[in-house]
Ligand binder design. Structure first.
Ligand SMILES: Nc1ncnc2c1ncn2[C@@H]1O[C@H](COP(=O)(O)OP(=O)(O)OP(=O)(O)O)[C@@H](O)[C@H]1O
Ligand SMILES: Nc1ncnc2c1ncn2[C@@H]1O[C@H](COP(=O)(O)OP(=O)(O)OP(=O)(O)O)[C@@H](O)[C@H]1O
Ligand SMILES: [Mg+2]
Ligand SMILES: [Mg+2]
Lengths: 255, 255
């Protein structure tokens, strides 16, 4: 059966998309069958894999509004073993459109339920705790929380943890934190050291040992529409996301 | 009469809050009377000025839901001449609560209309194009767009410009782009050079000559609850935000 993992954090710019795209690609390279779902109307996970936002007719918006099924929207990517359900700006209005429905939190969960040919499904969430992120959390087994070692990112953690608890209690009893990932890690600054210490003290073993360093190749690769492994496989960014995927799989095995 | 300016960009982590807090503080230092309004449920602009999210009973949520007026929510800050209307996580549900109202886009505009004792009102927007950002754009004379010189930030610009056009057409004919601000500017990388060139080619004089360099003191100052001018007035961050405020005032004079 597929495991479904959200990559979520309402704080903006902490590396959610970079983690979702490169973790999904790394798992495919390690011979897992993976589906990446772009749940953000910015469509960054979609363009990060080289798919132009206007190149497809049906996408996640049509799934959630009930006018498409998964064959219509799922497409292959440059990495064998990795499929994508894309998104674009049409998704902006979905939260207001779904607000009145009885099952508004469970629409994504019901859609993903029958898809069992994947080992993992990775959901890239938008920078908010609105209905789209709630749908992703309700559909998931667990959540990976990327965070920068900065003050505002640290401040937002308690709100995120509280939201995960609420979703677990009201909609999805199996939901738990898969792990916290420290991104754009800059060894030289005191702020990074202090925030990392706070996070590890508070979340202990939930924090991945693997950290992702600030690495310019990671921010260049989306402009070439490629995950880091196709853009610069020898970069520090590629090494660290491969190490993260291995650490993640080791945790899975011991569950 | 007050000029109202939104600081907006749906791309996360581009420096909206850092710009709103430090630009508002710089204008107050230059003897303007300024009101900063935190329109983001993360409450970063609030804590960036040293106000604890639980330290106030009434805040922006109560204004928008009609249970408070501006005397109840406006508070002084450590910078003389700068007042704040704070926010906290209570604001998360406001978009769904307002979705059904007839005047849902104009609630903030109607609230701000009578407040004319300020020279400038600065609105810090969340990383989305939902109802809260639409309210801010509908209430504003103009919009400052902070952006990092990165691919995903560049990709999001067309969606933001389109949204500004839509709001101008449907709700607020005076709305225009005040300027684009290049933030976390790293002179050493090719990516910064390429994105900055693309932005200046496309937006020409709308791009501020002042750029904000990546400067660790800017990310340290919120953890001390102070704008950069009280934390490290001689830092590159303080210099650049003061230069931005002067460039902004020069543009105002020539309007
Ligand atoms: N380790 C890294 N080193 C350097 N740049 C990075 C790294 N991780 C992400 N970036 C860059 O930082 C920016 C923010 O990352 P990303 O867009 O993945 O964050 P996000 O959390 O998905 O943002 P949003 O909140 O807008 O969805 C992007 O321009 C990305 O290319
Ligand atoms: N010029 C800069 N140099 C270094 N760090 C910066 C700079 N500007 C902002 N930062 C840091 O980068 C992070 C993102 O900035 P900020 O929170 O202001 O962006 P934002 O657009 O308001 O984010 P969100 O989308 O979550 O509202 C913060 O941790 C901030 O302290
Ligand atoms: Mg993203
Ligand atoms: Mg912000």
């Amino acid at each position: 059966k597929s495991r479904i993992i959200s990559v979520a954090n309402q704080k903006g710019g902490v590396g959610k998309t970079t983690t979702a795209v490169n973790m999904a690609a790394a798992l495919a390279i390690l011979k897992k069958k993976v589906l990446l779902i772009d749940c953000d109307s910015q469509g960054n996970a979609t363009s990060g894999l080289g798919v132009e936002p206007q190149a497809f007719e049906k996408h996640l918006y049509h799934v959630l509004s009930g006018s498409a099924d998964h064959e219509d929207v799922t497409r292959p990517t440059p990495i064998s073993g990795l499929d994508l359900i894309p998104s674009n700006t049409d998704l902006v209005g979905i939260e207001i459109e779904l607000a009145g429905r009885e099952d508004r939190e469970k629409i994504l969960k019901d859609f993903l339920k029958p898809l069992d040919s994947y080992d993992y499904m990775i959901l890239d969430c938008p920078p908010s705790l609105g209905l789209m992120t709630i749908n992703a959390l309700t559909a998931s087994n667990s959540v990976i929380i990327p965070m920068q070692c900065e003050y505002y990112a640290l401040e937002g953690l308690s709100q995120l943890v509280q939201t995960i608890r609420l979703v677990k209690h009201s909609f999805n009893p199996r939901l738990h934190i898969e792990g916290l990932l420290l991104t754009m890690y800059d060894y030289r600054t005191k702020l990074t050291y202090q925030v990392a210490r706070d996070v590890r003290t508070h979340f202990r073993d939930l924090v991945y040992r693997t950290t992702i360093p600030r690495n310019i190749r990671l921010s260049e690769s989306p402009s070439h529409g490629k995950p880091i492994f196709l853009y610069d496989p020898r970069s520090k960014g590629a090494e660290s996301y491969l190490a993260l995927a291995r650490e993640f799989l080791n945790c899975q095995r011991s569950k």
